[in-house]
Design a protein around this ligand. Structure first.
Ligand code: ATP
Ligand code: MG
Length: 581
């Protein structure tokens, strides 16, 4: 659904709230217009000396009543509209995030997270303001202006009204022109501020690198420059704001001068009463604010509509990986077949994988080895359908991978990504991340198999220890093992380890592999590794080079081949000997 329809739909659903909000605003406007009449009446009564103490008291009571009613209705419309506005924000944000979760890895490769975050905050705010207060203030301004002018024309004096009001359109024009510039400068202020926060965020998250390379001073200078820029932009905005209000007031004063001199003469000539003169001036006062705020309100509405367009771009982005005409498959066995598969991240690029042929029977173990950048991670990404293949056929249990329901496919795979990303929650929650409910026993079992149990028990709060930015920092190898436990607890039909043993020592590696052997007996596994020790027991080993399979077979056969694999093996043996020496 596009964003305009979404907002319209929301307004329709909350019709009653909007209608009542508008009615309340109109009531407040009418009450405001009553006040000058009362004051005019009092003045005339005083001048004619027809007033007594009791009447004065009742006038005071009336004014109090009007003030109380104004207060009540103003409160009511604010509650109605602000409440509705917040609800819109909530629903729109939910919708946006929900949609963002459906977008594929490819989308996130080409869009900056920072920008997406900005949409989720600034743009949604702007839409909320426009669709709430913006609409209300617009109704308020237009209604108040028109009715006050009509009242002035009808009940006081046509010529006086026309002459006295003649400078007022100037204010509206000023405020629109200024509004445009203010908006421009305001955007610059925001940009400068997000530039500044980005700097701080990056410097602080990279603080170890900054310190290790003794770059505190340059980083501080960059920060100063960004900070200076932000200050300048703010000053530019302040100067504009600073001049706008006094200018408006000046024009308003012009109106008052005309009203006083021309209106005064009318009073002297007896054309209008003193009370009408006072009422007229009070009405004039009522008009100033709507004139001044008109440009501002137009701006809120314009900004809201621009933001809505930006949100729309995200909301209408079509997820390129989704279920299309899925087969009714609820579980999978784990038979993986690649037939002449090729793959490239984008059409302009050279393929990253070429002529890949693999037939991996359920329960078997495939190992992938190859230089960095040879395409190992890309290959397993295809099995998870994080990307779609560019050519050939990829089948799971004999069905094309894109016909298998995504949720079936992905719940059946235990994936340990190359960068073991952990969320800033407890270790328990991190391990249980992919399953709906996990018993303590299951979590502990997974941790034991991943050889991380003892480490966790040594932490201050055991499984409840919080990891990440506000918690304990785990070592690279510990993170990898938590990440393995997270994959194992899913009880997956297919296990994918992408270089997941690289940061653990060879003894731990051996124990993890032993543990996995038992668990993975009837399941399919794919192990990517740089160390031959991690993979030599695999049923099949493929050597990838520049996106192609250059050697394949069991360990012994590959050694006999005396090719890539063999030389890698020799190199690693030599390293081990050097280590031991
Ligand atoms: N998201 C991406 N967009 C474009 N190109 C990519 C992307 N990810 C990887 N590549 C490119 O694809 C090629 C294969 O990368 P891949 O990550 O599959 O290598 P790898 O064998 O896993 O390497 P390593 O051993 O370092 O993990 C590389 O040339 C890389 O630059
Ligand atoms: Mg990789």
């Amino acid at each position: 659904m596009n964003s305009k329809k979404f907002v319209l739909d929301f307004v329709k659903r909350h019709k009653a709230k909007y209608i009542f909000g508008i009615i309340f605003v109109l009531v407040v406007d009418v009450l405001q217009m009553v006040l000058p009449r009362i004051i005019g009446q009092i003045t005339d009564d005083m001048q004619n000396r027809t007033i007594n103490k009791a009447m004065l008291l009742s006038y005071a009571g009336l004014i109090l009543l009007v003030a109380l009613l104004t207060m009540t209705f103003r409160y009511l419309y604010r509650i109605y509209i602000i409440g509705t506005e917040k609800k819109l924000e909530y629903e729109l944000r939910k919708k946006l995030f929900d949609h963002m979760l459906t977008l594929s890895s490819k989308y996130y490769n080409t869009h900056k997270t920072g920008d997406l975050m900005a949409h989720a905050t600034n743009d949604i705010n702007a839409v909320r303001m426009a669709a709430g207060m913006g609409v209300l203030l617009l109704v308020d301004t237009v209604f108040l202006t028109i009715s006050v002018i009509i009242i002035m024309l009808a009940t006081i004096d046509i010529r006086l009204t026309l002459i006295a009001l003649s400078p007022l359109p100037l204010i509206a024009i000023f405020s629109m022109v200024f509004g445009k510039f203010i908006h421009k400068r305001f955007t610059q202020v925001q940009e400068a501020f997000s530039g500044l926060t980005e700097r701080v965020q990056e410097s602080l998250s990279g603080i170890r690198v900054v310190k290790a390379f003794v770059q505190e001073r340059p980083v501080l200078e960059q920060f100063n420059a960004a900070s200076q820029k932000s200050l300048e932009k703010n000053m530019r905005l302040a100067r504009l704001w600073g001049i706008m209000f006094p200018l408006g007031q000046m024009v308003a004063t012009l109106s008052y001068i005309i009203a006083f001199s021309y209106g005064g003469i009318q009073v002297i000539n007896g054309h209008i009463s003193l009370g009408e003169f006072i009422a007229f001036n009070t009405y004039l006062g009522l008009l100033i604010w709507p004139m001044m705020s008109f440009g501002w309100i137009m701006n809120i509405v314009q900004r809201g509509s621009a933001s809505l367009d930006r949100i729309n771009v995200i909301l209408t982005a079509i997820p390129d990986i989704k279920d299309n005409d899925p087969l009714p498959i609820g579980s999978i066995e784990g038979h993986i077949e690649f037939e002449n598969v090729s793959f490239s991240y984008n059409k302009k690029q050279e393929p990253v994988l070429k002529d890949i042929n693999i037939n991996l029977e359920p329960g078997r173990t495939l190992a992938i080895i190859g230089e960095t950048g040879s395409g190992k991670t890309s290959l397993v990404n295809l099995i998870l359908r994080l990307y779609d293949i560019s050519g050939g056929k990829l089948k799971i249990d004999g069905s094309p991978i894109d016909r298998i329901p995504l949720s079936t496919l992905r719940t059946s795979i235990g994936y340990v990504p190359q960068d073991s990303f952990l969320f800033s929650t407890s270790i328990r929650e991190n391990i249980a991340f992919g399953v709906e409910k996990a018993s303590i026993k299951e979590i502990e079992e997974a941790a034991k198999t991943a050889q991380i149990y003892d480490n966790i028990m040594d932490l201050p709060d055991g499984f409840d220890t919080i990891v990440g930015e506000r918690g304990v920092t785990l070592s690279g190898g510990q993170k990898q093992r938590v990440s393995i436990a997270r994959a194992l607890i899913k009880d997956p039909k297919i296990l994918v380890l992408d270089d997941s043993l690289s940061a653990v020592d060879t003894d731990t590696e051996e124990r993890i592999l032993q543990g996995l052997k038992v668990i993975m007996k009837d399941r399919t596994s794919i192990i990517i590794a740089h160390r031959i020790s991690s993979i030599k027991h695999a049923d099949e080993i493929i050597v990838l080079d520049n996106g192609q399979i250059v050697e394949r077979g069991r360990h012994d056969r590959l050694i006999d081949l005396k090719g890539h694999y063999y030389s890698l093996y020799q190199k690693q043996l030599l390293e081990e000997e050097l280590d031991r020496a």
